[in-house]
Design a protein around this ligand. Structure first.
Ligand code: HEM
Length: 181
């Protein structure tokens, strides 16, 4: 998993919780006292799972809630760090529909080592999108949070029905755009 995901995660922990919490979870997860993740380096995705488990231990908040919150946060960061992908974007469903064939394709060019999930999308209606997430890694909650963050970004209220099909590695999202908020 790319370091950029780790650097953004640690930054979220520092701002939403505290520097001490950030140090504590590094210690608890056995990753060590040095917070020096490098954005373009690769790390074991299990290290992310360990960091989230440690944050759960320290804060008492549920793991799925923590990962989803991180997903929303990550989306708002992508808005800043990868602003070029937002040019011409008209709405949340249109943006989400583009992840597989445009955004993650460009991400792969920027970071050839990136390990990305697959999204099979079906547009049932202008305001209804089915997204089928599939990955070798268990980040369905992260996808869920990113989808929420996307709705927030476009000021659209999304109703997200989620069906886990193979734990958090294969998840169907049925997304309905309800109204502008
Ligand atoms: C501007 C928008 C986006 C950018 C720049 C972006 C970029 C990235 C990057 C750099 C990674 C890390 C790859 C690695 O660790 O090797 C990643 C992973 C991921 N992305 Fe995106 N992404 C974007 C939007 C989205 C959205 C909206 C979703 C959800 C629908 C999504 C779902 C995921 C998931 C779930 C992963 C974790 C890897 C996995 O599940 O296998 N991304 N993305």
């Amino acid at each position: 998993m790319l370091g950029v995901v780790f650097t953004e995660f640690m930054e979220m922990v520092e701002t939403e919780f505290s520097f001490d919490t950030a140090d504590e979870i590094l210690e608890l997860s056995g990753i060590g006292g040095d917070r020096g993740f490098t954005a373009v380096q690769d790390y074991d995705h299990n290290d992310m799972v360990r960091l989230v488990a440690a944050l759960h231990k320290v804060t008492g908040l549920e793991i799925d809630t923590l990962i989803m919150t991180f997903g929303s946060h990550l989306f708002s960061r992508f808005r800043v760090t990868h602003a070029q992908f937002f040019d011409g974007a008209t709405g949340s469903l249109e943006f989400l529909e583009n992840i597989e064939e445009y955004i993650h394709v460009e991400v792969k060019k920027l970071y050839p080592n990136a390990e990305l999930p697959t999204f099979r999308c079906i547009r049932h209606a202008p305001d209804r999108l089915e997204m089928n997430y599939s990955s070798t890694r268990p980040f369905g909650d992260l996808a869920h949070g990113l989808i929420r963050g996307c709705g927030d970004h476009f000021g659209e209220s999304l109703n997200i029905i989620r069906n886990d099909q193979d734990g958090p590695m294969k998840v169907q999202f049925l997304i309905t755009r309800e109204a502008a908020v």
